[in-house]
Design a protein around this ligand. Structure first.
Ligand code: NDP
Length: 250
């Protein structure tokens, strides 16, 4: 995307990034901080979140917060606790980038195991439903006071067009798209904007596990995608609601 974000685009904002310890989420967290946001780094592996924290601190950006959380295990009560902590510590929440995701096992439909289905659905869909529900009051309050708040979900090419053997992952991304559209319609007059991004094939661990024979050097890097991630989190995308944005159009 041909977009140059203002250096202060996200100054003063508080933004949650899930899966902030690796891949696209790590890059987005660092970029949001570079544009002035206090970023809440949420993810499974504390050491990876600490590495993202260190990169932000070393660059002199606003100090982030770390929330180690396994989305496979977290409950509605955990998300309500998070919302209370954010309200107490920051008094606002300007945006959430739902980025954490699980690929699961790629296999023929009739070989999908129930346990693997449940895990992928838990991480990719249910955790996002529960976290969104818990954070909505604070997002609504922020939108009222600051003019807007942003929910950004992460989709996939297989979240709009199913593909053989992509089983639960593809179905989970269709559900993410559905959640985005329902919320965008429902929140239309609240100042909370809701969109999704389909990153396209990107040089990360998840992509490498889905396409082990591919040369990663032929892929875009997470850094290449950041103009779109910044655009959708900031005021320049005001008016955009209920859409899927494709980071790498053909
Ligand atoms: P990575 O595998 O590199 O990163 C995924 C992130 O999600 C990691 O930080 C991981 O944490 C976190 N995560 C996974 N499971 C859990 C869990 N149970 N609890 C908390 N955090 C968890 O993936 P990408 O950066 O490639 O993917 C980011 C998003 O983009 C995903 O939603 C993916 O589906 C989507 N996407 C990616 C594409 C690509 O080509 N890369 C293409 C289309 C969509 P940890 O490292 O600690 O395990």
């Amino acid at each position: 995307m041909d977009y140059q974000a203002d250096a202060q685009l996200l100054a003063g904002k508080v933004i949650v990034v899930t899966g902030a310890g690796d891949g696209i989420g790590k890059e987005a967290a660092i970029n949001y901080a570079a544009h002035g946001a206090t970023v809440i780094l949420l993810g499974r592996t504390a050491a990876k979140l600490e590495a993202t924290f260190d990169a932000i601190e070393a660059a002199g950006y606003p100090l982030p917060a770390i929330v180690p959380m396994d989305l496979k295990q977290a409950t509605a009560a955990d998300y309500r606790g998070l919302a209370e902590t954010f309200a107490r510590q920051f008094g606002r929440l300007d945006g959430v980038l739902f980025n954490a995701g699980l690929l699961g096992v790629l296999c023929p439909f009739d070989q999908i195991k129930e346990k693997e289905w449940d895990e992928v659905m838990q991480v990719n869909v249910k955790s996002e439903f529960l976290m969104t529900q818990a954070l909505l009051p604070l997002l609504r309050k922020t939108a009222k006071e600051q003019g807007e708040a942003v929910l950004l979900y992460t989709s996939s090419g297989v979240g709009r067009k199913g593909r053989a053997y992509w089983g639960t992952y593809a179905i989970s991304k269709f559900a993410v798209e559905g959640m985005m559209e329902v919320l965008a319609d429902e929140l239309e007059n609240t100042g909370v904007r809701v969109n999704s991004i389909n990153p396209g094939g990107t040089r990360t661990k998840m992509r490498a596990s889905a396409f082990p024979a591919e040369d990663p050097m032929n892929l875009k890097t997470p850094a290449d995608l950041m103009p779109l991630y910044l655009y959708l989190m900031g005021k320049d995308s005001r008016g955009e609601n209920g859409k899927t944005f494709v980071a790498q159009p053909k």
